[in-house]
Design a protein around this ligand. Structure first.
Ligand SMILES: Nc1nc2c(c(=O)[nH]1)N[C@H]1C(S)=C(S)[C@@H](COP(=O)(O)O)O[C@H]1N2
Ligand SMILES: [Mo]
Length: 525
């Protein structure tokens, strides 16, 4: 309070800088809280802060986005929100400093920032027109609080707070401090209330209420010997908790099974739609599928395997009747993510694409798409695996583009044959002598035929393959090499059943998946 109360010789004619900054920051806090509260009622993504964050994600140029994912991994969203908070604090401070005499410069700046919130919310595909109520609440609250606190602060500074003399100044100062504290507390309470309303949708309760999902056609049990976990590979089935996760939205959509509906329309003979019970009451089939992300670097972790339970997408499409000429199913998630999948792949009974409602014996986890998602063996997730899916439009590839296509990724994206070394870990030190190298390989829909390893650029030697579980899944391998004391490099390459061997050349993930041999350097001692 020292700075605020510093005695001045000449009567000041403007707010001290710290007071001005405080007014700006508190007004922005109040604005965000009001928007967050309103968004709690009409849809969490209408919260102006989140909406601006989501727009930032959607508008970020592809190279920056790829860099952010590479650098921060799944913390990229936290980094973005923190970065936005810092920028906003600076803007709020500047708005205050520009308004040391009069409030209008700050009001203008606040309006400009508020307009960003409006644009962001209007751009959200998942919000109705009510969505703009949230940024409207922010804007009005921000401007009113700013003008009010600004007035109190001027009274306090100039001593125009009412009665004459120091008593008046003291009263004005008290009024300003109390009001500031009130705004800070009020913003906290409103923001928290908005958060409570936003999570009131009891999605976990809805998941629990689904009850046991019993497949009419269970996936064959994973045979013993399907993994080499003892040698350092992952377990064959990835637990739901460890399953990799990719989503564009800042917050995971919270939709209950009761609210969920999938609408099938566009180039169909008849529009149909399905509620959750319609799907759950059908003959459910379970399939073991390895999902893969196109962003997976050579040797990367964005590949996992689960037992997915659901109904064949083929059956649902046949009920709607696909008109000739339609070559794309354009799927939309409740959060606005979209993907374009070839009709041909979805109708192929051998591929076995599912509308999944279960994963590893439970209803889909919320982060993996509850109530329902698509799972299409052999296609990268961004062109096929829409989570929280609510809409299928039968259309043509030349008519509509899925979310990632204008961002530099390929329209058609079959998963490339790949292999990865899981043991030894990079830079590990291992005992010299015989060493078991182990890992995974995948070539979804055709199967892995052969895996080979070589040490220090020597001759390729065949690896032992684990028991094959299916063509839609990964396959584990291991090989024994002789490592003399010193530094080594081990490399791997797979050959699929079409006879194609992975090529050596390293190609980055964009636009249609990384290629190249995975190599691991280690020391034998
Ligand atoms: N709604 C929605 N669905 C989505 C995505 C997304 O960002 N939003 N990401 C896709 C991508 S890029 C991949 S690789 C898979 C990942 O599925 P998972 O998170 O269950 O592993 O989901 C796909 N489905
Ligand atoms: Mo992905």
């Amino acid at each position: 309070m020292d700075l605020l109360d510093r005695p001045t010789t000449a009567p000041p004619d403007r707010l001290p800088a710290p007071v001005a900054v405080l007014v700006g920051v508190l007004s922005v806090a109040a604005a965000l809280a009001a928007g967050h509260l309103v968004a709690g009622f009409i849809g969490p993504t209408a919260s102006p802060f989140l909406a601006v964050g989501n727009s930032a994600i959607d508008l970020t140029p592809a190279p920056v986005k790829d860099w952010a994912i590479r650098t921060f991994g799944t913390a990229d969203k936290l980094v973005l929100l923190l970065g936005m908070a810092v920028v906003l604090l600076i803007v709020a401070g500047v708005a205050g400093l520009l308004s040391r005499r009069r409030s209008w410069p700050g009001v203008v700046l606040a309006t400009v920032v508020g307009a960003l919130g409006f644009l962001a919310v209007l751009g959200r595909p998942d919000l109705g027109q009510l969505g703009v109520l949230a940024p409207a609440a922010s804007l009005v609250t921000g401007v009113l609080v700013f003008r009010w606190l600004h007035g109190l602060a001027l009274d306090r500074t100039l001593g125009t707070g009412g009665s004459e003399g120091t008593a008046g100044t003291d009263a004005a100062r008290r009024r300003f401090l109390l009001s500031s504290a009130g705004v800070a507390a009020g913003a906290g309470v409103l923001g928290a209330a908005g958060q409570l309303f936003a999570v009131r949708v009891d999605v976990e309760g809805s998941r629990a209420a689904v009850g046991p999902l019993v497949p009419a056609e269970p996936a064959p049990p994973v045979p013993p010997g399907a993994d080499f976990a003892g040698n350092g590979t992952p377990r064959f089935i990835t637990s739901n908790r460890d399953f990799y996760r990719i989503d564009t939205a800042l917050t995971v959509p919270r939709m209950t099974a009761d609210e969920w509906r999938l609408r099938v329309h566009g180039m169909v003979d008849r529009e149909v739609s399905f509620g959750f019970a319609d799907i759950r009451d059908r003959r459910l089939v379970e399939r073991t599928v390895t999902l893969t992300c196109v962003s997976n670097e050579v040797g990367g972790e964005y590949v996992s395997t689960a037992n997915f339970l659901g109904v064949p997408i083929r059956d649902l499409l046949l009920e709607a009747g696909v008109r000739s000429g339609a070559d794309q199913v354009f799927s939309t998630s409740v959060d606005g993510f979209t993907a374009g999948t070839p009709v041909e792949a979805l109708l192929d009974p051998a591929r076995g694409a599912l509308l999944a409602i279960g994963m590893n014996g439970e209803p889909l986890p919320v982060e993996h798409g509850f109530p329902a998602r698509m799972v299409v063996p052999g296609l990268y997730g961004y062109v096929s695996a829409t989570k929280w899916v609510v809409d299928w439009e039968l259309t043509r590839f030349d008519q509509r583009e899925g979310y990632w296509i204008p961002r530099g990724w390929a329209v058609r994206a079959p998963i490339k044959t790949q292999s990865r070394i899981d043991s030894p870990r990079p830079f590990a030190t291992v005992p010299a002598g015989r060493l078991v190298v182990a890992g995974v390989a995948w070539a979804q829909t055709v199967g892995v035929d052969r895996v080979e390893v070589r040490l220090d650029g020597g001759a390729w030697q065949p690896a032992e393959l684990a028991t094959e579980v299916g063509l839609a899944t990964w396959r584990m391998w291991r090989a024994t090499v002789e490592a003399a004391p010193g530094e080594h490099k081990v490399e791997v390459r797979a050959t699929d059943r079409t006879g194609r061997t992975q090529t050596e050349e390293r190609v980055p993930p964009a636009p249609d998946g990384a290629t190249g041999w995975h190599a691991v350097g280690f020391t034998a001692a």
